[in-house]
Write a protein that binds this ligand. Sequence first.
Ligand code: AMP
Length: 290
Amino acid sequence: MMPDPSLKILKTIQEMHEVSEKFRYEGKKIALVPTMGCLHKGHASLIERARSLADIVITTIFVNPTQFGPNEDFARYPRDFEHDKAVARTAGSDIIFSPNTDEIYPAGFSSLVEVEGVSNILEGAFRPKHFRGVTTIVAKLLNLTKPHAAIFGQKDAQQAFLIRKMVRDLNFDVDIILAPIVREPDGLAMSSRNIYLNEVERKNALVLFHSLQHAAERIQRGERSATLLRKEIRDILQSGSPTKIDYISFVDLASFSETDSFDSSEILIALAVRFGTTRLIDNFLVPIPS
Ligand code: AMP
């Protein structure tokens, strides 16, 4: 493939600092899209959103070891830099920052950023230390790229909440923007991890979308029993023969706490379900008619 002069690839902290400093000095507006690569249309939608907001779009590609548990998929996480370059370029990225692990975590690294409380529920309960890894790398990437805005997906709703909280608590001067979940035509939320699914698991995994759709319709039509809705969601999920259902949760978005009451204007239904060795998450934001 011919090198594309319009897409710059940066690998080192020094280069990234220099380039973002230069753009800031020139008065350019910078938008950041942090990713772990294996880019799909969900990531592309974030890059397109960034493109619409800023003069310079920086996509970071870094499979961050500190957000994976010891028995998780860090080693086998899909990596395909040529593919990622093509997706990032087409979606409108100007720069890919793709540092090596040693560049980000040199020997002796020992500073961590942790948002207490919400980091330990839902995803955090099943993935201890995961969010500490996420908030630490996002803090570093914000310092490195100096963006005016950073775009995150609603797909990782708890992550987005925690990043917003970190930015507020620690006074990062950046707007955190959320983009909607991009789905496959049949409804499965796009994820880099979907490629782990075999043909049967891929079909069965649709129960996440179907159970969320069902619950959203029931809430729209007036159902207010969390116990009943949770049972109906579980029944639909079970029909896809999952290996394990980690959680079915109703979440109050203001505090990101689990709730069984439907007295605010909207509620998040969040799921985490395993098929074989693949763990999938999905969520719907459901308006609650008064
Ligand atoms: P990841 O590479 O999985 O760490 O994701 C990088 C960013 O892309 C995060 O902000 C995710 O929430 C977002 N993202 C992942 N999947 C989707 C999707 N299907 N739709 C929209 N955003 C997504």
